[in-house]
Ligand binder design. Structure first.
Ligand code: NDP
Length: 276
């Protein structure tokens, strides 16, 4: 069964299920992304700060998969906010990836304390106009940051990539995004393994009912909620498990029970407090 495509507000589409490489060792990235591409993933989520864009690029090149069958995202790091530094940052990322353009370029964190994200967004618009990024978006933006960009920018972000898993379901941002045509991507979709999500009753029960793993249930919950998701794994076996989620459906009752797990359980930094 093919991975569903989500339509973005700029007329392009994105595969709803991909592979993330946060904390994938740069020395192992080529091998791990090669595994992911062999398993069937065609959407890779990296970032300049992960230090592994070179490995992602090598795996892509070695795979021989036509460029137009791949969706590649990278992100502008906080210290590169600003106009000229954003232009330099995308050039460096493209050089490391060995690509002429990325499918999606994101501002990694708002870092509102720097007072630069609006200027940076204007630079992102120019990067999009130059063709170096097909789509542009943001990450870790809360509603006030999105409102600011929508009010003062020329382009509405195609995507907001935020921490999102059953313990932190982010309903207000998801509702706001839906109302403004912004697609939502989940980072830490499995809670980064930092709390016992897989042992929680609604997840474990649904896994038993469908004869699948708890991780597959959680990925299904994201997909059936219209969220774009790219779980990370170093293990080829778990990569394959996480990709094998298109052959079953959670019921409305199961989805509702998982929704009940939302308790503001943040496993990463709060974007309003992040100072890195
Ligand atoms: P995830 O929620 O994807 O969790 C990854 C962890 O879960 C790893 O420890 C992995 O271990 C484990 N795991 C993966 N699959 C399974 C499975 N089937 N069963 C049991 N354990 C499993 O966390 P990430 O933080 O990696 O989020 C996904 C992606 O989101 C990132 O890789 C990155 O691309 C992006 N991201 C973006 C951020 C942002 O600020 N914009 C911040 C953080 C992430 P193992 O490798 O051993 O399988």
């Amino acid at each position: 069964m093919p991975v569903p495509l989500i339509a973005l507000n700029d007329g392009t589409t994105i595969p709803q299920l991909g592979f993330g490489v946060f904390k994938v060792d740069p020395d192992e990235t080529e091998r791990i992304v090669t595994d992911a591409l062999e398993v069937g993933y065609r959407h890779i989520d990296t970032a300049a700060i992960y230090g592994n864009e070179i490995g992602v690029g090598r795996a892509i090149e070695k795979s021989g998969i036509p460029r137009d069958e791949l969706f590649v995202t990278t992100k502008l790091w906080n210290s590169d906010q600003g106009t000229q530094s954003a232009f330099d940052a995308i050039d460096l990322s493209l050089e490391k990836l060995g690509l002429g353009s990325v499918n999606l370029y994101l501002i990694h964190w708002p870092r509102a304390d720097l007072g630069l994200y609006m200027e940076t967004w204007t630079a992102m618009e120019q990067i999009q106009a130059s063709g170096k990024a097909v789509s542009i978006g943001v990450s870790n933006f809360h509603i006030p940051h999105l409102e600011h960009v929508i009010a003062e920018g020329s382009v509405v972000p195609a995507i907001d990539q935020i921490e999102l898993h059953p313990g932190l379901a982010q309903r207000p941002i998801r509702d706001f995004a839906r109302n403004h045509g912004i697609a939502v991507e989940a980072w830490g979709p499995l809670g980064q393994g930092k709390y016992d999500l897989f042992g929680m009753r609604p997840v474990a029960d649904a896994a038993a009912a469908h004869d699948v793993t708890p991780a597959q249930v959680v990925i299904r919950w994201h997909l059936q909620n219209g969220i774009i998701v790219f779980p990370k794994s170093n293990s080829r076996e778990r990569m394959a498990e996480n990709f094998d989620v298109l052959g079953f459906q959670l019921t409305g009752t199961e989805l509702a029970a998982i929704d009940e797990l939302d308790q503001g359980l943040r496993v990463g930094a709060n974007p309003d407090e992040a100072r890195f």
